[in-house]
Every structure is written in C-alpha cells, then in structure tokens.
Design a protein around this ligand. Structure first.
Ligand SMILES: [Ca+2]
Ligand SMILES: [Ca+2]
Ligand SMILES: [Ca+2]
Length: 410
C-alpha cells in the first residue's frame, strides 16, 4: 500500500494511443478513445489530490509521535489532542499547542485547524453505532466504567483542544448527510496545497465511500465531490479503545473492550474539490454524506482559509457555537413571527434589493421551501402549511450574504 494512492486515480488514457496506425485501427481507436474519454470525464469527478496523512503528533502522555513509516509502539488509551500532522511532505501544526512542538524540537508550519461541529447530522443511531473512547478514559483497565458514557454523540466529534481529541469518536456513524454553512473562503489561498480539510478514521474502515463536497446555496455541488475510501489509506498509528454501545441496554459488548484499532487521517486542499477562482464565490455549504461505516474522531478545517457561519446553531448547542463562529460583517438581521408557526410565517427584513430570496431548510440541510423576495419590500410571508412539524432554518440571502433564524413549525 503506497501513501497517497488511495482514491480513484486515473492517468489520462490518450497518451497511449499511436495516431500513425492504419485507418481501420484508427477508427477502432477513435471509438475506444471516445469511450475512454467518457470514462475519464466521469471518473475525473473523483479527486486525485487528497492524501493520506503520513505522521501525527499528539499530546498523549505529554508527547506522542507516530508515522506511517515509523509507527509508534505506544498505543494511546486516553484523551489526546492532535498537535501536528504531515501532509505532502510538510508538517503543519493545528494551533492546539505549538509551544509543545517547539519544546520538542519539531519544525512545522504554524496552522490553525478546528473541528467542524457535527451536531446537525441526519442519521439515526442504531445497534452498529459505537462510542469509541480511549480504554482508560473510564478509569478501568480492560473493562467498563461504573457509569455508561453519555449517548449524546455529537460531543465526541468536537471535544478537546480545538475539538481535535483523537481519543474519542463515533464508530459506524449512521448513514446521513451533514451540511456546514461556509461564511467565506480566502480565495487568495486557493490551490496553495496547504490542507484545508482534515478527516479522521479511528476503527476498521469499510470499502464503501463517504462523500465530501462543496455546494451552493441550493445544495447544488460546486466543483467535484471527493469520495474517500479509507481502506486504501496507510495507517499512521494505533490506539486502544473501548467501543461502548450507543443504543440498547448493553453498555459495552464483548469483543469491544480494550481493543486495538488503527488511526488513519487524510487531508485535502480545495483544489481536490475543484474549487477555484471562478467558482469559489458560489460556495455556501460543505456537505458530508456518510455511508454508515465511518469511524470519526473529528472532521477539521483550516480556519485560515474557511470561515464558518453560525446558521446551524441549534438552540441546545448555542453556547458551543460561539466558540468557532465568525459572523459575516454584512449579515442582515431578520425576524420571524409568529414563531412557533403553523400555516404561515412572516419574515421582517431590511428593504429588499434585487435577487433576494428566502429559503427554508430542514435540520438535515435539505431545502424544503423557497421564495423570491419582492424588491423594495420589508416583510415577506411564506406558506408553511406543507411542512411537517419540527425545527427549520429560515435563510434570507442575496446570493452572497446570508442571515438565518430557526423556525419551529407546529
Ligand atoms: Ca476501560
Ligand atoms: Ca473526538
Ligand atoms: Ca489550501
């Protein structure tokens, strides 16, 4: 298994064709070429630029380093935060504790990576879902603690320094889609090969793809998606975990106690997603589609290149949202009434200019209703009688700036 060659990677087939052959063969080649080109076009929607992380440094037991080519024989068995990782031959810090890296004589490019808050995912926990915790986090060697860990799973995906605790995670994160509202992308840094996304896999990967992509305000993909098959990624280290049940009466099943698993990480630059100067302005969301088999400690992003909005601020998570939120300076304020609402909801907004819209998303980020705003108006009413009771996100947008409020439909 080689580093970095783990996605669907294809060389251009055209280079092998000899154009000087006789006409009959040329015709066959021409039709074959057409087929290959079609395949190439289809396959090139996959990324070839994302890569396995070759080395990680964490604060386990003070300081812990492990690499694909020199895996540490020490197996972390408790909380530990990612301090640095190597990608494309360079080591980047996460900003969690650069001083500790320096004190250990490491060279690195100073970075600032933080976990995405995965609190808005749509999946339903099932008997496959496990809460992976360092085996000693519960204080009991080769066994369970006195009390079961909390089954509120989102907390394990952004805990620790910058949310980068590798010693907690969810195995078999249920099938579902997550959308993260992107406030802005620093387009002066596009294509610099400095990683923008960093994704973890902490148990046994399956051969099924998870899909990562950027979308516009309507959920339409911008650029290309990246399907990640973590089977092909070289492991960078090993840890010892207890995998607690996330549902049911059992707390810690036989075979899931004090068990060793590989750690795998991959990173990607925006270019892996086909994001460039011509389409970056359309990016509104980062979307993850999970297959139900991925085992994630966190999904992190580069705060120097991506700004997140606060649009996914579920009421219960409000205090946590403040930590990573960078509101847009130009965001308008909107007010909803009544809220909760039943048949219709009114939206108070600033005087509408050209091309402004109101869109309603469910909490899985799926667009369920939309309406253009009448130019010059300051209030709009939307019929919501077709919506099932629940919580929705009302987004007011002019295509660039967005403002969002939660709406409860009864
Ligand atoms: Ca234990
Ligand atoms: Ca974690
Ligand atoms: Ca980059």
């Amino acid at each position: 298994m080689e580093d970095g060659i783990w996605l669907v990677k294809h060389n251009h087939p055209m280079s092998t064709i000899n154009t000087k052959r006789e006409k009959k063969i040329s015709l066959k080649i021409a039709s074959l070429t057409a087929v290959l080109m079609t395949q190439y076009i289809l396959l090139s929607t996959f990324s070839v630029n994302a890569q396995a992380v070759a080395e990680i440094i964490t604060d386990y037991n003070g300081y812990w380093k492990s690499a694909t080519t020199a895996m540490s024989t020490t197996r972390p068995d408790n909380d530990h935060n990612l301090l640095a990782f190597s990608f494309g031959g360079l080591r980047y810090s996460t900003g969690v504790n650069d001083a500790l890296l320096t004190a250990n004589g490491e060279s690195f490019a100073a970075g600032d990576f933080r976990a995405l808050q995965l609190s808005n995912f749509s999946g339903t926990l099932n008997s496959n879902t496990k809460i992976g915790l360092g085996a000693m986090k519960d204080g009991v060697f080769n066994g369970r603690g006195a009390t079961a860990p909390s089954r509120s799973i989102a907390q394990y995906l952004d805990d620790g320094g910058h949310g980068l605790n590798l010693g907690t995670g969810i195995a078999n994160l249920p099938v579902g889609t997550m959308n993260f509202s992107i406030g802005g992308i620093n387009d002066s840094l596009l294509g610099d090969n400095i990683p923008d996304m960093l994704i973890t896999q902490i148990a046994d990967p399956s051969g099924i793809y998870d899909r990562y992509e950027f979308t516009d305000i309507n959920g339409i993909r911008i650029g290309n998606y990246v399907d990640v098959n973590l089977n092909g990624i070289a492991a960078v280290g090993k840890w010892v975990a207890d995998f607690y049940e996330a549902t049911g009466a059992t707390i810690l099943a036989t075979g899931y106690t004090q068990t060793e698993r590989f750690l795998r990480l991959w990173a990607a630059d925006f270019s892996a997603f086909g994001i460039n100067a011509s389409n970056v302005a359309q990016v509104a969301y980062f979307r993850i589609t999970l297959n139900g088999n991925s085992d994630i400690a966190f999904v992190a992003y580069n705060t120097k290149t991506i700004t997140l909005n606060s649009t996914l601020s579920l009421p219960a998570a409000a205090p946590r949202v403040a930590r990573t939120t960078t509101p847009e300076a130009s965001t308008k304020s909107v007010k909803l009434f009544p809220n909760p609402a039943t048949a219709s909801v009114s939206i108070l907004h600033d005087v509408a200019r050209e091309n402004e819209q109101i869109r309603i998303y469910n909490m899985q980020g799926v667009l369920v209703s939309g309406s253009p705003v009448v130019k010059g108006s300051t209030q709009s009413r939307i019929n919501i009688s077709g919506l099932h009771p629940g919580t929705f996100q009302v987004v007011y947008t002019n295509g660039t700036d967005r403002s969002a409020q939660l709406l409860v439909v009864r």
